[in-house]
Design a protein around this ligand. Sequence first.
Ligand code: NI
Length: 167
Amino acid sequence: MALLEILHYPDPRLRKKARPVTHFDDALRKLVADMLETMYRAPGIGLAAPQINIAQRVVVIDISRENNTPQIFINPEIVESRGKDTMEEGCLSVPDTYDTVERAAWIRVKAMNTNGESFELECEGLLAVCVQHELDHLDGKLFVDRLSTLKRSRIRRKFEKAQRLAL
Ligand code: NI
């Protein structure tokens, strides 16, 4: 397994729309294993492939306290959603930044496992938020896009300054 580098906002590569996975092979299983290792090490509860500069529709999530319940979503789609809920969100690509985002309270997600077998899952609470957040990454969207323009430009300035200081 290997640790992968996580891209940080406002890196334009985070804005690419990811392509569906078509090969359910050992390379996909290695990608998933590497993504899980990278997510646990960060530490985070969700990671989407575009965050590690792989433009494929692959998401890993583990909301368990013990980090022993990985959930893998290949080519995920939200097929049904209900209600509204707000939660404080952060993102491994937007470090040390948290804000309240409104999303659907309940969703039904359809996806595939690493063998290409389809499944459906009903989610609410933290899992519903996490799935919606990670699916946004597959379409090049970040949680800061769901904040007010003022808040977003403040965050953007903070990260552009951090980049300059890192030179
Ligand atoms: Ni994120």
